[in-house]
Design a protein around this ligand. Sequence first.
Ligand SMILES: NC(=O)c1ccc[n+]([C@@H]2O[C@H](COP(=O)([O-])OP(=O)(O)OC[C@H]3O[C@@H](n4cnc5c(N)ncnc54)[C@H](OP(=O)(O)O)[C@@H]3O)[C@@H](O)[C@H]2O)c1
Length: 355
Amino acid sequence: MNPSSYNLCFLGFGNVNRTLAQLLLDREQELRERHGIVFRITGIASRRLGWIADPDGLDASVLRDLTSDQVPGVSRAGAPALQNVRAWLSTARADVLFEATSLNVENGQPAVDHIRAALDHGAHAITANKGPVVHAYGELRDLAAARGKRFLFESTVMDGVPIFSLFDQLPVIHLQGFRGILNSTTNVILSEMENGLSFDESLKKAQALGIAETDATHDIEGWDAAVKTAALITVLMDVPVRLEKMEREGIRGLSGEAVRAARKEGRPYKLVCRARKTESGVAASVGPEQIPLTDPMAQVSGASSYIYFETGIFPGLAITEENPGLYATAYGMLADFVRAVGETHSGKVPRPEDD
Ligand SMILES: NC(=O)c1ccc[n+]([C@@H]2O[C@H](COP(=O)([O-])OP(=O)(O)OC[C@H]3O[C@@H](n4cnc5c(N)ncnc54)[C@H](OP(=O)(O)O)[C@@H]3O)[C@@H](O)[C@H]2O)c1
């Protein structure tokens, strides 16, 4: 197989994209030998780092330093500082953008603009950020199709578990509803509170795992779970969702005593996401519920997550993800990359040189 080479750009360089860069480097040989994919990292950007780009591939010292907090300035000596995402993508000659900036619940920005710029530039856009899916799915999907590129987002819900691609494999199926535990941070907090830790100590544990949102109130107040619920409804049920219309309650109001008493009586608290088709659209909610031990959701502890889909064909289809780490999220983006350029190889979408 003749390998094809791709220039990769990382926008946001926190927990997720650093882990992804490391995973790509770990799997470099396998990607080349088994999938015919060769890559070089030509762009890294964040607010603090600025827009770093080198079309020949960033210096090896940068990539060696991937797990440290500081990425040394690596713009080419004498090169003018880049000012915006479009100039950066162009200088880096990006073929693929990995977007992993922080969630903006209100409007998904600036990630929506980042992805729009990448697709306009002629790159595939892959994101772990739920904001663009909830706020601009239709527009970005259509733009990707018009450009012959892919807009993929498998890591936005249940990390790298192939939820969206599973439904790609299920033509003419009708999703009637789902329920599940989709926010790992609150599940870690509830599990640790059951073990006797305070709310704040439990939150620190989740943050140490790297799974909490940049602003952890998004987890605690149920926003992250609500945005994931909205993303699933938007993409899989084809119904646009207004987040502010969704019933949403977080776990802030639960005391340690209440959480431990609920576990003791065999009905532990879980932050549950629900969606169900109605005559007028979809009814959706996120909130703490006491779950009987006979329900598999009661067994989902720590960073694990769970979803139960109801479809006409499969009345109940459940997926449990046990204790994922950051590598699971990074893997979802890597798999999206292989999927996007694999489809390019197979002729499903035009190759970059055909544009
Ligand atoms: N962590 C997980 O387990 C997980 C799982 C699934 C999905 N996600 C999603 O993945 C995304 C990233 O998560 P993370 O854990 O990597 O967060 P993180 O560690 O807080 O990193 C966020 C990165 O985004 C950059 N950033 C934030 N706002 C920006 C802006 N306006 N422009 C440019 N860069 C910006 C930050 O750098 P500066 O501060 O320098 O700008 C930082 O590099 C989030 O949307 C999250 O919801 C995370």
